[in-house]
Each structure stands twice: as C-alpha cells, then as structure tokens.
Design a protein around this ligand. Structure first.
Ligand code: SF4
Ligand code: SF4
Length: 443
C-alpha cells in the first residue's frame, strides 16, 4: 500500500503520525507532523507545520519559508456538522487516495482534503477543483482503516462550497431537516395564492366536454409563465454568479501556488468537458458504485428531456397557438413520458444502490435525501397528473397537479442552495481542471 501511495505522489504520515481523532482542530495545526518540513509559528504562536510542507515534504533539507496558518475553527465545526463527523478519526495513512480511481496522480485527493479540513483551511478547500472532481462514489470510504469516511467528508465540504458561493444562511436552512416545513411553505403559498387569485378554489374549471384542462386551472400566461420564469431567472443568475466566484477563487489559488493562468478560459474548455460529462466516463471508474453511472445518467437525461418538453410546449402554445392538452401520440407527449419513465427508473436505481451499499458507504445525508425525495415527488406527481386527467378524476387530478407545480417551484427556488447546484459547480471544476492541465485520467 505504501508503494502505491508513493506512486500516487502521496506522503504518508508515518508511524508517529498524530492521531488526529484525538485532537481539536487548533491543536491539529500546532502539532508537529513527522516528515513535513521544518516547524513554524502558527497563529497561536506554537510550533507547527505548514499545510504546504505537509503536502510536499521537505525538499532535500532546503529551508521552507515560514508561513502563518490561519485555521478557521468554525469551518471545521461546520464540516463536522455538515456530515463530516468522522473527520478527526483520520490519521493520514493515504489509503483513500490510493483507493480513489478518479483522482489525478499529482497531489491526489482526498487525503490532503482530510488534512486541510482538520486544519480548517477553508479558502484552500472551497477554492479547489478537487472537491468537485470527486464524484462521491465512496470507494475511499469503503477502504478507510479508521472509518473516517473521507467520501462523506468530501461531500460535506462540497455542501459548504455551495453555501459559500450562494447565500449561506439559506443554504444552511435548505440543508437542515429542521427547516424543511418552513422552506416548503414558500412554493406552497405561491401556488395556492395563484389558484386563489384565479378563483379556482370555488370554481374548478372544466373543458367543453367536462374534461380536465390544467391550462384552464393555472392559466399559462397569467400564472405559470410569470411565476416560473421569475424563479428560474433568479436561480440561473445566482448559479452563474456563484460559479463565477468559484472559478475566480480557483484561479487565484492556482496562480498563488505557482500555476500559470490558463490560456483558454472557461468557454474555450467547455465543449470537450461537456462531451466527457455526457458519457459519464468519470462515474464509471468507481468500484463500489460503478452502476451508479447508469442511474445518474438516466436521471440527468430525464431532466434534459423534460426541459426540452417544456420548451417545446412553449413553442406550441406561444408560437403556433396550439392549446394543451396534447394527445398521447404527439411527439411532445412521447418525449415527456419517456423522460419521466427514465427519471423514475434512474432515481429508483439510486435508492436501491443506497440501500444495498449502506453497510460500506452509509445511507447518505439529509442533503442527498432532499434531492432524491424532491425528484421522486416531482416525477410521480407529473405522471400522476397525466393519468388522473386521462381517467377524468378531477377530485384527485387538480390536487396532484397543484402538488406537482409546488414541487417544481420548490426545486427552482432552492436550486442554487441545494445539492441541485452540484451540476454547475462540478461542471465549473471539470472545466477548470481541463483548462489548467490537471491530469484528469479519464480519456
Ligand atoms: S481518511 Fe482514512 S484512508 Fe484517508 S488518510 Fe485518513 S485514515 Fe487514511
Ligand atoms: S468518494 Fe470516490 S471519487 Fe471521491 S475521493 Fe472518494 S473514491 Fe474518490
């Protein structure tokens, strides 16, 4: 194992490594770490080692300039509270970095992230592409001899990255089960208000032949379009701004560590990254949850299909003035139904893997379940709305359709603050890794 570790460019902590699980973050910073270079003064004034020295080791006895570490103890607590409760069990053996099939050979993850997190090096972690190059497969967690759950810690740090680049108070509320009801109230109130303003609580509209017509119940032009467009635009702007700040932080860290600024920027590297992502090559390199690539791919393409369907419906209604509901044999309905079915199959596969692998990798955090649950409700109520309309059972159809709209709005409103935002941050990290020539080891 040690040989493999060296092959991956890792320094192991050695037999005398401090048992981090027994120390507080402050003392982790000030504890001399064997094999990590000369001691230095920490903020607290005690002898310690620089994180950089710990990564690279002494260079042939050359003196490494002293540097003051500014540990963010609150960040350590936040990582622990965000799901990384076993962080301090890590004793830096580097087995996790060897176990990870995705990490580049040069300065691999997640061992160094475990150390940085113990030391509270917030800027290094939140401004690092590696947090999102990790695909949270938990191969490393399954191999960790200390049960420090490095995959879960990486996920906790990723969650904090989302909070860091959005509005952290909202992100924390979204990430807490205690505030779920409060969070859910906003879309519920908005949809209920829209139904009430249209007078459809007392007078449920029906089509000419008594059929259920959802576009009469929630008028597309006066209710659906304004509500969903506003929240979609707000979510998109927040995600773009967050992604931009993340890119700038990564660039600053990269340059400050001696790296060259990339020749081509974000857009110059976007397309090859997208083509790699569309095949989910990286997911397929994981051992423990290899089949997770297929489930994630199904859910991803389901969302792409449903987005296309929404745009297509807009084209029908706004451009060629064709009113809904559309017949089941219409291509738009076929695409929508195939997408919904793919989504249900994909998210069910995710569930099955979570339960069948729970012994090795845990059952996941509230953060995971928030997204899984939301996607499930969204897809089931979408399919349910259609079936109930076909069965012409208005008493169930309108409530289920209302719940569907609330769930879609819920996802839109909280997308920048929830695990949904991983789509943007992971893409930005992948593009940055490509732009800076970080060994991706995928192609
Ligand atoms: S997380 Fe586990 S496997 Fe990784 S360095 Fe720490 S103790 Fe070793
Ligand atoms: S969770 Fe998977 S991808 Fe992430 S560091 Fe661990 S082994 Fe690597």
């Amino acid at each position: 194992m040690a040989d493999e570790s060296v092959e991956k460019g890792e320094e192991t902590a050695g037999a005398d490594a401090p048992k981090a699980g027994e120390t507080e973050p402050e003392s982790a910073v000030s504890t001399a770490d064997p094999g990590v270079g000369p001691a230095e003064k920490t903020e607290s004034g005690e002898a310690g080692a620089t994180p950089e020295a710990a990564e690279t080791g002494p260079a042939g006895g050359d003196a490494i300039p002293a540097r003051v570490i500014q540990p963010d103890v609150r960040f350590v607590r936040d990582v622990i509270n965000a799901g990384g409760s076993d962080l301090k069990k890590c004793y830096q053996c580097a087995t996790c970095s060897v176990a990870c099939n995705i990490t580049p050979d040069d300065t691999p993850f997640p061992r160094k992230e475990m150390q940085w997190a113990q030391w509270g090096l917030k800027e290094k972690l939140t401004g690092s592409p590696d947090i999102w190059l990790c695909h949270q497969c938990n191969d490393c967690t399954a191999q960790c001899p200390r049960d420090a759950k490095p995959g879960t810690v990486m996920q906790a740090i990723a969650k904090m990255t989302i909070a860091n680049y959005s509005i952290s108070s909202i992100a924390k509320a979204v990430g807490s089960a205690k505030t779920f009801v409060l969070m859910a109230l906003l879309p519920v109130i908005i949809i209920m208000a829209a139904i009430g303003i249209q007078g459809h609580f007392s007078n449920v509209p029906r089509g000419g032949n008594g059929a259920i017509v959802y576009s009469e119940f929630m008028n597309v032009y006066r209710a659906i379009d304004p509500i969903f467009t506003i929240f979609f635009v707000i979510a998109a702007v927040l995600l773009i701004l967050g992604g931009r700040r993340y890119w700038n932080d990564m660039l600053r860290n990269h340059v400050s560590e001696g790296g060259a600024a990339p020749e081509k920027g974000f857009f110059g590297n976007l397309w090859p990254t997208v083509t790699e992502f569309l095949a989910h090559k990286r997911f397929r390199k994981c051992d423990e949850t290899r089949d997770r690539a297929n489930s994630h791919l199904l859910v991803f393409y389901a969302f792409v299909g449903l987005l296309l369907t929404t745009a297509w419906a807009g084209l029908y209604m706004d451009v060629i003035h064709r009113e809904s509901p559309f017949p089941m044999y219409d291509p738009i309905k076929i695409l929508a139904n195939i997408s919904a079915a793919a989504g249900i199959i994909g998210i069910t596969m995710v569930l099955i893997y979570k339960f069948t692998h729970a012994g090795k990798i845990g059952r996941g955090s509230y953060y995971d379940w928030w997204l899984i649950g939301t996607i499930y409700v969204l897809l089931l109520t979408g399919i349910g709305s259609e079936l109930l309309r076909e069965a012409n059972t208005a008493v169930f159809a309108y409530p289920v359709y209302s719940l569907h709209l609330m769930t879609v709005l819920f996802l839109f409103i909280y997308a920048p603050f929830s695990k949904m935002a991983h789509m943007v941050y992971r893409m930005v990290a992948l593009v940055f890794a490509r732009a800076t020539g970080r060994d991706l080891g995928v192609e």
